[in-house]
Design a protein around this ligand. Structure first.
Ligand code: NAP
Length: 287
């Protein structure tokens, strides 16, 4: 039975909006299953309150926090140290309170790479085609390059995100050996060519979340391609349905959600998240 005491520690989510998040369920289930005397709550914060809430990590001696939209970039300026991936991405989604010193991490990309490895998808040395240039795409781009993916082709609309990912690619070229190419999404011939040369296709756009649209014509999907979609609601986007129909291995975003949380849990507690307990609880909640 779950008991709360004077010793119980707190971890939290800082975001706006924050109340819809699955993280309190995921992390509190994990604390209980691992026998760690801690709970996790979400806090909906205004921009004015956010810096005070960051200071409260120290003053209230929290284990740490997750940061979500719209504060991931601001958090980078409010921590004492930042790990390499978070620095390159320019966004922090996890803060660890190390005896009053705040260390910023970004576990989104690592969570994605862990979810691939869990499905026996070998990405180091391989070619990846990435659709999207927003926050999630940038996190995956950085971690995939740091983890040794050989070549990454990025497709996005000509937008502010396109400019941001172009600048990020320049920074990554300085610190990794990965080869990058950036294209406009409208370049369909290039898209077909790059998907044909890739072992992994990743949809990191929000297309497919609220509509049954897909950015990839079904004829570009083939049996020996792994197709990942970061979306987990719906569980099977139109892209994943078309990929499955063509015989491809398909992976939705639930594994990334679980593993980005597991990475944060490990940073706060030093222990692996008890995935066998947490995964079915999360799956049931998302269904
Ligand atoms: P974001 O920063 O808002 O980026 C959205 C991306 O989608 C941008 O590249 C945007 O292109 C593109 N996009 C949106 N509508 C489009 C359209 N009609 N046609 C072409 N491209 C379009 O969002 P994000 O945080 O990166 O999230 C992206 C997706 O990943 C969302 O579905 C989110 O739920 C999912 N996600 C999942 C996890 C997980 O744990 N599984 C974690 C994070 C995110 P422009 O730059 O041209 O606007």
């Amino acid at each position: 039975m779950f008991k709360i005491s004077g010793q119980t520690k707190l971890a939290a989510l800082y975001a706006q909006p924050a109340r819809h998040s699955f993280s309190p369920l995921m992390q509190t289930t994990a604390f209980q299953a691992a026998g760690i005397d801690a709970i996790y709550l979400s806090f909906d914060l205004t921009a004015e309150k956010f810096p005070h809430a960051m200071e409260a990590i120290r003053s209230l001696d929290l284990l740490g926090v997750n940061i979500s939209m719209p504060y991931k970039q601001k958090a980078l300026t409010l921590v004492d140290e930042v790990d390499q991936a978070a620095q390159l991405i320019g966004a922090v989604n996890t803060v660890v309170n190390q005896k009053g010193k705040l260390i910023g991490y970004n576990t989104d990309g690592a969570g994605f790479m862990k979810s691939m490895a869990e499905q026996a998808v070998e990405s180091p040395g391989k070619e990846l085609t990435l659709l999207g240039a927003g926050g999630a795409a940038q996190a995956i781009l950085v971690q995939a390059a740091l983890d040794g993916v050989r070549k990454i082709n990025v497709f996005n609309r000509p937008s502010p995100n396109y400019q941001k990912i172009a600048a990020l690619i320049e920074r990554l070229e300085q610190v990794t050996t990965c080869e990058f190419q950036l294209f406009e999404l409208a370049e369909q011939t290039k898209l077909a060519e790059k998907i044909a040369g890739s072992t992994l296709l990743v949809n990191a756009t929000s297309v497919g979340m609220t509509t049954s649209d897909s950015l990839v014509p079904p004829e570009m999907l083939r049996r020996d391609l792994v197709v990942a979609d970061l979306i987990y609601q719906p569980q099977q986007t139109a892209l994943l349905q078309a990929a499955k129909a063509n015989g491809a291995q398909t992976i939705n975003g639930l594994g990334m959600l679980l593993h980005q949380g597991a990475e944060a849990f490990k940073l706060w507690t030093g222990q692996p998240m008890p995935l066998a307990v947490v995964r079915p609880v999360l799956e049931k909640q998302i269904k």
